[in-house]
Write a protein that binds this ligand. Structure first.
Ligand code: C2O
Ligand code: CU
Ligand code: CU
Length: 469
């Protein structure tokens, strides 16, 4: 038991509602995000208002003309904080000049609340997303637009935000200061405006192939923000890769990270790692242990990751990039908290129960040789069925594969069994590799998208429809 110092108490108070704030030591401002305000007095109902609209301010710091879109006046949008079992009612207002949706990436919810291209919200219209947060789904998710053919554009304009689902029986100490960090990249032109290539230009062709990457790396909408940490402290970081195409390979020099969770929440036990590949749309939870000296500084980097076809690989792909600074406070060290060796049980999906095996072939821009057609059902399945999907990437670049509606478990990659069970909704399938996953279609009938999460690929039709009935 540590002696409660005034500082620790403050940190406790701060973690109760929003992540801890250490504003005094952060020269560039703390990267904490605003939280969506719950307007409903019922403790088990979270009712919020979310408005998508053009932003008057720049979504890229220091680029005055890069006007974009935001949620509730900001980019990224405010974080949706809920608990398992909560009913969530989102009053969404589309004040953009174009149709949009809000997709709750990774959440298990009714078809009408999925915000997929099947339920567009016209400009000026409102839509209510209403769902109950599944028990056992505590984890880190995110929301983003998902209109037919326009997802990449709208996300690039600034529309994305975090979702945090908490469990009442979270195994990690509630006293750990927590950070939600959303990674994004963007591209600006010489005038400081957001740069989307002209239709048919060489850049448009390159983007269609690689997915749009930008040289400006943002963490919670800031360039190189500072997170401050007290020596001895352990922080819980929820990391979301919201980039359209960039794969992160995270490394914090001088530190190993405790990898405790992925898309659908915590693992059964922590895993110590030196670096962590986080494909676009994936999430990870890590514990950062402040093992450095008072006043020390470390920089979280993304190391080179070759996801590209050699012919279109960007010239500077081989360069490590800096993401954020971790600044140690000068004050006295905290007594490191005790961390649990086991986290939570991850139920087994039994392969013997599987009633179908599907083969999904990822080609360049196509799935099973076809482009997306909203009027077609690519996979038809029965509600409650368990199935195995084999995702085969037959081309020379990575494709992060995503399924809506249902979390799955990866069984093996290129025949190598997964080291431990975890809930996922995105699996990056590297060039010429195959991943097998198991999924059960619980509770909700409907039409669910599956697609490559490189937004340019998705928008150009690298997507299919799973109908569960
Ligand atoms: Cu992150 Cu179909 O979506
Ligand atoms: Cu999704
Ligand atoms: Cu792809």
């Amino acid at each position: 038991m540590t002696r409660p110092t005034a500082l620790a108490l403050l940190a406790c108070l701060a973690t109760a509602g929003t992540p801890a704030i250490h504003a005094a030591e952060t020269p560039r401002g703390d990267p904490d995000l605003p939280v969506l305000v719950d307007e409903n007095p019922d403790p088990r109902v979270v009712e919020v208002t979310l408005t998508a609209a053009p932003l008057q301010k720049s979504i890229i710091p220091g680029a005055p003309r890069s006007h974009g879109f935001g949620y509730n006046g900001g980019s990224p949008g405010p974080t949706l904080q809920v608990r398992e079992g909560d009913r969530v009612v989102v009053h969404f207002r589309n004040r953009l000049p174009e149709a949009t949706t809000v997709h709750w990436h990774g959440l298990h919810l009714p078809f009408t609340a999925d915000g997929s291209p099947f339920h567009p919200v016209a400009p000026g219209e409102d839509y209510t997303y209403d769902f109950t947060v599944r028990r056992g789904s505590a984890g880190t998710y995110w929301y983003h637009p998902h209109p037919d053919h326009r997802t990449g554009h709208q996300v690039g304009m600034g529309l994305y935000g975090a979702v945090v689902v908490r469990a009442d029986d979270d195994p990690l100490p509630s006293t750990l200061p927590e950070k939600v960090l959303i990674f994004m990249d963007n591209r600006v032109n010489g005038d400081g405006g957001l740069d989307f290539p002209q239709h048919g230009s060489p850049q448009a062709t390159a983007d269609r192939e690689n997915g749009r990457e930008g040289e400006v790396l943002l963490v919670n909408g800031q360039v190189m923000p500072t997170v401050s940490i007290r020596p001895g402290e352990v922080q819980r970081w929820r990391l979301i890769n919201a980039s359209a195409a960039r794969v992160l390979r995270l490394h914090l020099p001088g530190h190993t990270l405790l990898h405790v969770g992925s898309d659908g929440g915590l693992f059964e036990r922590p895993v110590e790692v030196n670096e962590l590949v986080v494909a676009n749309a994936e999430r990870v939870e890590v514990l950062v242990r402040a093992t450095g000296q008072p006043g020390a500084r470390a920089v979280l980097q993304t190391l080179p990751y070759d996801r590209y076809i050699p012919q279109t690989r960007p010239a500077d792909w081989n360069r490590a990039r800096e993401l954020l600074a971790l600044q140690y406070t000068a004050g006295p060290a905290a007594v490191p908290p005790l961390l649990p060796v086991t986290l939570r049980h991850v139920p087994v999906l039994d392969t013997l129960q599987a009633t179908a095996r599907r083969t999904i072939v990822l080609g360049q821009g196509m799935i099973n040789g076809r482009l997306m057609d909203m009027g077609r059902v690519d996979v038809a399945a029965r509600l409650g069925a368990t199935e195995i999907w084999e995702i085969e990437n037959v081309v020379g670049m990575d494709h992060p594969f995503h399924l809506h509606g249902f979390q799955f478990q990866v069984l093996d990659r290129d025949g190598v069994p997964e080291a431990f069970r975890s809930w996922k909704d995105v699996v990056n399938v590297p060039k010429h590799q195959t991943a097998r996953l198991i999924v059960r279609y619980d509770n909700y009938p409907g039409k669910w998208m599956f697609h490559c999460h490189i937004l340019d690929h998705e928008d150009h039709g690298m997507m299919g429809v799973l109908e569960v009935r």
